[in-house]
Design a protein around this ligand. Structure first.
Ligand code: NOJ
Length: 744
C-alpha cells in the first residue's frame, strides 16, 4: 500500500513538473514563432510604452503596431478600445499591457508602504496588495509599478514614504509579500497584475535625500544592502518586471548600467521577466552627461538591458539606425522582446485581452475596507503612553484639534491617483460615528492645513481644551509634502503646529498627539510635551477608524518602526545597522554642556558622535509600544557551536504581564563580530508576531539557518564566514538579552 502511495506521489510530482516545464517551454516556442513573423517595426513597437495623455494619437500609434504598452489608462472602456485596436487591427494581434502606479491600493487606499512595513505583518500586506490587484485589474490594469523596495535611510527623501524603510531583511519580506499579493497564485488569473520592483538600483541613497540625486554605492554595499530585496524578489516571488532608477551611481546612470542589469540581474539571478526604464530616464542620460544625444542614450539603454522604454520614444526613433550602424545587435533586440512577450504570455493576455469592467461590484467592497482598517491599526505605532493614559474610556469630553483631524485627502498619502477622498474615514468622522454616543466630542481644526501659519483660533482652542477631559491633537504633513520629488531639508512640524501644541499644553489638560506623515519627522520636543503619541503615517481610506479604535482600546497597537527616528536632521543618515567604526561612542562622552572652556585638544579617547546630539536617535528601529507589556525570558540556544549547514534554535518564554490581549513583534538580531570585512553592529534576521491573552505566557522558538548569515566578503562571494556571533531577541533594535554562538 505504501509503495502504491509512493508511485502515485512520484507520478503526480513528475507529471506536475513536466507540465510546468511544458508550459514555460510552450511559451518560449510561441515566442519563437512570433519573433520569426515580426517585422523590425513590430519588434520596436513592443519595446515602446506610451503615456495615456493623448489617447486619440495613441490609438493611431497602436494601430501602426508601434506600442507594446500604455501607462495609466484607468477607464475599462478606453482600455478595451485600445486593446481591440492592438488585437484586431494589427497584423499579428499582439496585446498591449496596461500599467499604472498602484502603490498602496487602487480605490481602497491602504497605509503608505512605510506604514505597512511598520506592521511587520507580511500576511496582511500580501492581502492588501491582492485587494489592490483585484480593484485595479477590473479596469484593465495588468501591471503595477510597485513595490518600491529601495532601501531608504534618509527621511528627507520624500519617497521614503513609498519604501519599507531602512532594513534589507524587512524590506525583502515586505517586498516579497507585496509581489505575491499583486501577482496572485497564477499570473494568468484575470485579477493578477504583474509587479514591478523598483528602482534598480540604489535610488534611495540619493545624496542629501534630494530626489533624483547622485549615489555612491560600492559593489559590496549593493550586494549586502541595496540589492538584497531585489534578489529575494526575483528568487522567492517570481517577480515579473523591474524598473530602472533615475540616479547615476558612481557616475553610471541606472538605465545604462550593464553590470547591474546584465551581470547581476540576468546572469547571476537568472531573471526572466522584463526591465522597463523609469519615466524618461533614458533621455535623462543626456542630462547626466553620460550620452551625447538621445540616439546614444537609446544605444546605451538597449545594450545595458533595458527591454521597454517608458514614454521617452528613443527606441522608436533610433533602433533602426542603430542596427544599421551596428551599434546594437538584432540578437539583443530579440532577447529584449522575448522578455516582454514572455510576461504578456504569462499574464494570459493573448487568450484574455479584454476586461469586464465590473468596477461597481469590486471597488471599495466591505471586505476591502475592513482589511484597510485592520492594516491601518497594525501600522500605527504607539511611541509614548505616559501613565497608561491610553486607551481611554468613553465617558469623556474630548477636544479634537489640528489640521489632520478631518483631512480626507491628506490622510491618503502619496501616490493616490485613483482612491477618492469622499470614501475616507477621517479620525473626526470615526470618533463621532463610532464613539460619539458616550463622549462629548468638540472639534476645532485651529489650523486649516499643515503649513498654515494663522494663529487666530489659538485662543478659542485653549478655551475648549480647558473645559475638556482630554485633547486629541492631529498634526503632521499633507500628502503632497512627501513622495516623488518632495524632499525636505527641515523635518520639524510644518507651519505653527508645534506652537499650537505648546499653547495647548499650557492648559494642563492631558494631551494625545497623533501624527500623520509620510516620513519620520523630528518631533523630540512634541513627544516630550505630549502625554501620549501615536504615529499613524498616512494611514489611508480607513485610517480614522483605525486611530479611533486604538484610542478607545478596541485595537491594541503592535506596530514597530521600520526606520530610525532621528532627533534632528543633522543626525541623518542614522540607521541601526551601521558599522561600528574604530571609535564607537558609548554615550558617556563629553558634550556641548560639559566641555570645559579652553579645554585642550586631544585625540586620545575621542569617539564618533555629535557634540550636540550624541549617538542616540529619538526612537530606534523596531521600537513600538503596546497597551500590553511583555516580559522576555532567558534565551536558550540549541547549540553554541554550529556548522554552516545547521540551523540554530533559540527558545524563550514570552509573557504578557498586562490586562490587555496584545501582539508582540519579537525581533532577532545578530552581529558577526569579526569577518573579512567590517559588518554592521546589528542585523535583523528574523521576527515573529506573538499574540498573548492577559497574563498568558508562551514558549517561542526561532529557527535561524546558519546560511542566513551569508554576506559578500572580501572576495565578493556570498558565503558564511566561520567565527563568533552575538545574537539578541528583543522588542526593538536596542533591546534584548545578548547570547553568543560560534560557526565553524
Ligand atoms: C516616475 C517614478 O519614479 C516611478 O516610480 C513611477 O512608477 C513612474 N514615474 C511612472 O509613473
Amino acid at each position: 500500500m505504501k509503495k502504491l502511495h509512493y508511485i502515485v506521489f512520484l507520478l503526480i510530482f513528475f507529471g506536475y513538473n513536466i507540465n510546468a516545464q511544458n508550459s514555460d517551454a510552450q511559451i518560449e516556442k510561441k515566442i519563437d514563432i512570433l519573433l520569426k513573423k515580426m517585422t523590425l517595426k513590430e519588434k520596436i513597437g513592443q519595446m515602446n510604452q506610451l503615456s495615456a495623455d493623448d489617447m486619440e494619437t495613441n490609438f493611431k500609434v497602436i494601430q501602426q503596431g508601434m506600442a507594446g504598452s500604455v501607462l495609466s489608462i484607468t477607464n475599462p472602456e478606453i482600455a478595451n478600445k485600445a486593446q481591440k485596436i492592438a488585437v484586431e487591427q494589427t497584423r499579428l494581434g499582439i496585446p498591449l499591457i496596461f500599467g499604472r502606479d498602484v502603490i498602496h491600493g487602487f480605490k481602497t487606499i491602504f497605509p503608505i508602504p512605510l506604514g505597512q512595513a511598520a506592521s511587520f505583518n507580511p500576511d496582511l500586506v500580501e492581502k492588501a496588495a491582492r485587494v489592490a490587484a483585484i480593484e485595479a485589474s477590473e479596469t484593465g490594469i495588468r501591471w503595477t509599478f510597485a513595490p518600491m523596495i529601495d532601501i531608504a535611510r534618509d527621511p528627507r527623501w520624500g519617497r521614503i514614504a513609498e519604501s519599507c524603510g531602512e532594513d534589507p531583511y524587512l524590506t525583502s519580506v515586505m517586498g516579497v509579500a507585496m509581489i505575491k499579493g499583486f501577482q496572485g497564485k497564477d499570473l494568468s488569473d484575470p485579477s493578477s497584475i504583474a509587479a514591478c520592483a523598483k528602482h534598480f538600483a540604489g535610488y534611495g541613497a540619493a545624496e542629501g535625500g534630494r530626489d533624483y540625486n547622485t549615489t555612491a554605492i560600492t559593489e559590496r554595499q549593493f550586494r549586502n544592502v541595496y540589492l538584497v530585496p531585489f534578489e529575494e524578489a526575483v528568487k522567492k516571488a517570481n517577480l515579473a518586471t523591474i524598473m530602472t532608477a533615475f540616479n547615476a551611481n558612481d557616475g553610471i546612470p541606472s538605465s545604462g548600467n550593464e553590470f547591474l542589469l546584465k551581470q547581476i540581474l540576468r546572469k547571476e539571478w537568472n531573471f526572466k521577466g522584463f526591465v522597463v526604464s523609469d519615466w524618461a530616464s533614458i533621455t535623462e542620460m543626456v542630462d547626466h552627461g553620460f550620452c551625447t544625444d538621445n540616439k546614444e542614450a537609446a544605444e546605451k539603454a538597449i545594450n545595458a538591458g533595458v527591454d521597454m522604454e517608458m514614454v521617452s520614444g528613443t527606441y522608436v526613433a533610433y533602433i533602426e539606425t542603430l542596427l544599421q550602424e551596428k551599434k546594437i545587435s538584432i540578437e539583443t533586440i530579440n532577447e529584449e522582446i522575448r522578455n516582454i512577450l514572455r510576461v504578456k504570455f504569462k499574464l494570459g493576455l493573448f487568450e484574455n485581452p479584454y476586461v469586464k469592467g465590473n468596477t461597481k461590484d469590486v471597488f471599495y467592497k466591505e471586505e476591502h475596507l475592513n482589511l484597510a482598517e485592520k492594516l491601518a491599526e497594525e501600522s500605527i505605532v504607539l511611541l509614548k503612553n505616559e501613565a497608561q493614559i491610553l486607551p481611554f474610556n468613553k465617558s469623556k469630553t474630548i477636544a479634537v484639534f489640528g489640521p489632520l483631524a478631518d483631512a480626507p485627502h491628506e490622510q491618503l498619502g502619496t501616490w493616490v491617483f485613483d482612491g477618492e477622498k469622499n470614501h475616507t474615514i477621517t479620525p473626526l468622522k470615526a470618533l463621532k460615528e463610532k464613539y460619539g454616543k458616550d463622549s462629548n466630542i468638540i472639534y476645532e481644526p485651529v489650523l486649516k492645513y499643515s503649513r498654515d501659519k494663522d494663529s487666530t483660533n489659538f485662543d478659542k482652542a485653549r478655551k475648549i481644551a480647558q473645559e475638556a477631559d482630554v485633547v486629541l491633537l492631529f498634526l503632521g504633513e499633507e500628502s503632497i509634502l512627501s513622495g516623488e520629488a518632495h524632499s525636505l531639508s527641515d523635518l520639524n512640524l510644518q507651519g505653527i503646529q508645534s506652537q499650537l501644541l505648546s499653547a495647548l499644553v499650557k492648559t494642563k489638560t492631558p494631551l494625545i498627539t497623533i501624527v500623520m506623515a509620510g516620513r519620520p519627522l523630528t518631533i523630540e520636543k512634541e513627544v516630550k510635551l505630549s502625554n501620549a503619541v501615536l504615529y499613524a503615517w498616512h494611514p489611508g481610506t480607513m485610517g480614522g477608524s483605525a486611530i479611533a479604535n486604538i484610542l478607545f482600546g478596541k485595537a491594541n497597537p503592535s506596530a514597530k518602526l521600520p526606520v530610525t527616528f532621528p532627533k534632528n536632521v543633522g543626525q541623518i543618515p542614522m540607521y541601526y545597522n551601521h558599522l561600528n567604526t574604530g571609535r564607537p561612542a558609548n554615550g558617556s562622552e563629553l558634550n556641548l554642556t560639559n566641555i570645559p572652556v579652553e579645554a585642550s585638544q586631544t585625540s586620545l579617547g575621542n569617539k564618533s558622535y555629535y557634540l550636540d546630539s550624541g549617538t542616540q536617535p529619538l526612537f530606534p528601529f523596531g521600537f513600538g509600544l503596546s497597551y500590553s507589556s511583555f516580559d522576555y525570558g532567558k534565551l536558550k540556544l540549541s547549540k553554541t557551536v554550529l556548522k554552516k549547514e545547521e540551523v540554530l534554535e533559540i527558545s524563550f518564554t514570552l509573557k504578557n504581564t498586562a490586562q490587555y490581549e496584545g501582539t508582540e513583534i519579537a525581533q532577532l538580531y545578530i552581529r558577526d563580530i569579526t569577518a573579512s570585512i567590517a559588518l554592521p553592529v546589528k542585523e535583523l534576521k528574523s521576527f515573529q508576531r506573538i499574540t498573548l491573552k492577559p497574563n498568558e505566557e508562551k514558549q517561542v522558538t526561532f529557527k535561524l539557518p546558519i546560511t542566513d548569515l551569508a554576506f559578500c566578503g572580501i572576495d565578493m562571494k556570498k558565503k558564511v564566514e566561520a567565527g563568533k556571533f552575538d545574537l539578541w531577541i528583543g522588542s526593538n533594535s536596542e533591546k534584548g538579552e545578548k547570547v553568543s554562538f560560534e560557526v565553524q
